[in-house]
Design a protein around this ligand. Structure first.
Ligand SMILES: *Cc1c(COP(=O)(O)O)cnc(C)c1O
Length: 379
């Protein structure tokens, strides 16, 4: 089955009892048991729910894993996966992961005795030097947010395997439409399904997928023990969103190509960050491990031009945080999504005050190009 067919037919695409082509929303919290101790398939909805199971099986198939788990947010998915480790364990983390992941690590997990080293994932030597006898995992995103840096997944997982270390990849920006880290040697993939997988800016959800039997057991145990499961209504909405991922991504990519062309030609723009741009530093690795390059673009205006003026002059590209929805969303990381990072730390990681991040939606290409152009022309 090819990917777009999988989106529609993989997982559990029909109700097992009625044949309904849309999985019903099983709102029941508990299930009738025929006899005591009979180990029924369904007993209590935190432990397992048929609507949630359908989306869990679907994401497992799409990411080429063996087990999928759905959570109430991406952050909950990341928390559950990292809870598989114990006090004293050491985890290497990419230095430009999602801000909420940083907060989870620094303000929550460290209190439970996990230790972390942040490294530049583009520098394999730095990654290798960070490995010590307690290192159990390497955690990173590719492409990253908002600089869209690319990490060579295969190279990192090869290094990790040589040291008997697990690799966890946050695949939110790429989605399995563009990249499947498990096929490149990763052990776990996590998602904020709030973004492209849900796809309509109307849902907060998270997913984790693995192809490692022991990790699958642990993540399932932690999902049930910590309990931040995705409810049946949201599980249904997420499955519906995922089914149109391919159709949406094709338009996202077309529109993105048009806007990258415009930004690269326009004299108001100083620098464009896009993994599909042959001039971009991560292009060669991106080309090797991704089928397309996603629909996130970051860029900087020429010195002296005001990024706030640019984003406020747009007519229908929405000024908002988040990404991956059908509507185009634009923001200034320094004062919005990454505003909580101290300025010197942020600048050191390359996120300038004037950086603009654009999540390209699926509106008509002509309208998006015209909107960006009219705002640039007014600067
Ligand atoms: C949004 C996001 C998260 C957190 O997901 P929530 O669903 O908001 O909890 C994690 N990683 C990345 C890359 C994200 O963009």
């Amino acid at each position: 089955m090819k990917f777009n067919t999988k989106l529609i037919h993989a997982g559990i695409s029909e109700d097992q009892t009625t044949g309904a082509v849309s999985i019903p929303i099983y709102r029941a919290s508990t299930f009738h048991q025929k006899r005591v101790g009979g180990q029924p398939q369904w007993e209590y909805s935190r432990s397992g729910n048929p609507t949630r199971a359908a989306v869990e099986k679907l994401i497992a198939d799409l990411e080429e894993g063996t087990a999928g788990f759905a959570f109430s947010s991406g952050s909950a998915a990341i928390h559950a996966v990292l809870s598989a480790f114990s006090a004293g364990d050491h985890i290497i983390v990419g230095n430009d992961v999602y801000g909420g992941t940083f907060r989870l690590i620094n303000q929550v997990l460290k209190r439970f005795g996990l230790t972390f080293t942040t490294v530049d994932m583009q520098d394999l030597e730095q990654v290798e030097q960070a490995i010590n006898e307690h290192t159990v995992a390497i955690y990173f995103e590719t492409p990253t947010n908002p600089l869209l840096k690319i990490t060579d997944i295969k190279t990192v997982t090869t290094l990790a395997k040589a040291h008997n270390i697990k690799t966890i990849v946050d695949n939110t920006f790429a989605t399995p439409y563009n990249q499947t880290p498990l096929t490149l040697g990763a052990d776990v993939v996590v998602h904020s399904a709030t973004k492209y997988l849900g796809g309509h800016s109307d849902l907060v959800a998270g997913l984790a997928v693995t192809n490692d039997e022991e990790l699958a057991q642990q993540i399932g145990f932690l999902q049930n023990s910590i309990g931040a499961v995705l409810g049946p209504d949201d599980s249904w909405l997420l499955q519906r969103g995922i089914k149109t991922l391919g159709a949406r991504m094709r338009v996202h990519h077309e529109n993105t190509a048009a806007i990258v062309d415009l930004l690269k030609q326009d004299s108001h723009v100083a620098k464009v960050y896009y993994p599909g741009d042959p001039d971009f530093s991560g292009y060669d690795v991106a080309k090797k491990q991704m089928t397309h390059f996603g629909a996130m673009i970051s860029f900087e205006l020429q010195d002296g031009l005001d990024p706030k003026q640019f984003v406020e002059q747009l007519h229908f590209i929405d000024l908002a945080e988040s990404l991956g929805g059908i509507e185009s969303l634009i923001e200034i990381p320094a004062v919005m999504t990454h505003g909580s990072i101290p300025r010197d730390v942020r600048l050191a990681s390359g996120i300038k005050d004037e950086l603009i991040r654009l999540s390209v939606g699926i509106e008509d290409e002509e309208d998006l190009v015209e909107d960006v152009q009219q705002s640039l022309n007014q600067l």
